[in-house]
Design a protein around this ligand. Structure first.
Ligand SMILES: Nc1ncnc2c1ncn2[C@@H]1O[C@H](COP(=O)(O)OP(=O)(O)OP(=O)(O)O)[C@@H](O)[C@H]1O
Ligand SMILES: [Mg+2]
Length: 354
């Protein structure tokens, strides 16, 4: 598995990284919406899931297996708990990496109760034998438990109670098609709109007893990279600042000042992101420049630039990866307060095909 923008560079945690750190894990349980009505944004997935769950409840049965895919921190774990709550079912939580052997999975499956939700996080990281056992369990609610070794080994079929598997993955593309096909419903989680994140921040502030203005929430939302986990984390840092340097109330100014201290800019770029853009503009005229050269210029490893900084810069339309190297878009020049170079004369293909 190749790391992505959220893998901490050199072990250092990033304030704008989307993967959960220790503090996130400690406070997230308290901030999780408990039912679909409380879950903000993801209108599509929410509506689709609502139909799936309502229909299952009306039939008095268990819901189809659900696959949730999307970037870290967008609410997959939260939704899995909501699915169980909406079905009035208990939830068992495990993850792909925790299931090394098929036997590990067999013992979990055989202890499930009727209608239980089994949440399998990072399902793309499960071992192949366990995966094959899961196919049969999902389809026929049955597993074959192998007893003994060698020629004397026998497979004893074991009936399972009906259950709902909720799989979560940040990398749906890595799932083998036979596994993907066994889910009745797949929800693709998108990055959140600023207005949605503003509501996430407002809601979390209420739960954390932080007084915040609408503009303060908007300021934090705009810097949160479309990710509720980052929004909640920035809110906590802004709360600290408001307590120490002001009267505890989070206004637009306080939020902006606090995040200035933490070097998270108005668009959610941090120091590393800006260093990459600045080098690209100041040393290489906006590119194209090779990745290795760019990495040397910012004093980072090639992988750090490529996997930690670039994905978000590309997503934001600030940087383009071209066959000739990295190129800053006009938006990158504007973001750093500079004027983009004049476009090439008409008829001559420019960097952006203009
Ligand atoms: N739609 C939402 N409304 C309000 N809060 C949300 C929403 N989605 C996520 N959150 C908050 O964001 C935090 C992270 O969400 P969650 O743990 O569900 O993400 P995840 O997709 O499971 O991430 P990972 O891929 O790292 O496991 C939680 O604290 C949760 O409260
Ligand atoms: Mg999760």
């Amino acid at each position: 598995m190749s790391p992505d923008e959220n893998t901490p560079a050199g072990g250092a945690e990033r304030l704008v990284g989307a993967v959960a750190d220790g503090e996130d894990t400690a406070v997230e349980a308290a901030l999780r919406p408990k039912d679909l009505g409380e879950f903000i944004g993801q209108t599509r997935v929410r509506e689709q899931l609502d139909l799936v769950l309502r229909a299952a409840r009306a039939r008095g049965g268990t819901a189809d297996h659900v696959l949730l895919s999307g970037a870290p921190g967008l609410g997959k774990t939260t939704l899995s708990m909501i699915i169980a709550a909406e079905m009035g079912a208990p939830i068992r939580i495990t993850s792909g990496p925790a299931i090394q052997h098929a036997g590990d999975l067999a013992s979990i499956l055989s202890s499930l109760t009727d209608g239980e939700v089994l949440f399998l996080d990072e399902i793309h990281r499960m071992s192949r034998p366990a995966e094959e056992m899961l196919y049969m369990a999902m389809e026929d609610f049955r597993v074959d438990v192998v007893v003994g070794k060698g020629p004397g080994a026998t497979a004893i079929p074991l009936e399972l109670p009906p259950f709902t598997l909720v799989g979560a993955t940040t990398r749906a593309g890595l799932l083998p098609p036979p596994l993907r096909d066994r889910f009745g419903f797949t929800g693709h989680m998108e990055f959140y709109e600023p207005a949605e994140l503003e509501r996430v921040v407002g809601r979390s502030a209420g739960l954390l007893d932080v007084e915040i203005s609408a503009e303060g929430a908007a300021e934090i939302a705009g810097r949160s990279r479309g990710t509720p986990r980052i929004a909640n984390r920035l809110l906590r840092r802004v709360r600290d600042y408001a307590q120490v340097r002001a009267d505890g109330v989070v206004t637009r100014e306080i939020a902006a000042q606090a995040l200035e201290v933490y070097e998270v800019d108005a668009r959610g770029l941090d120091r590393l992101d800006r260093a990459v853009l600045r080098a690209l503009l100041e040393l290489f005229g906006g590119g194209p420049v090779g990745l290795s050269t760019l990495a040397v210029a910012v004093g980072e490893e090639r992988e750090t630039v490529e996997e930690v900084a670039e994905p978000f810069l590309v997503r934001e339309g600030l940087l383009a990866r071209t066959p000739r190297g990295r190129v800053a878009t006009p938006a990158a020049w504007h973001h750093l307060g500079r004027t983009p170079p004049v476009a090439p004369p008409a008829g001559q293909p420019g960097l952006f095909g203009t």
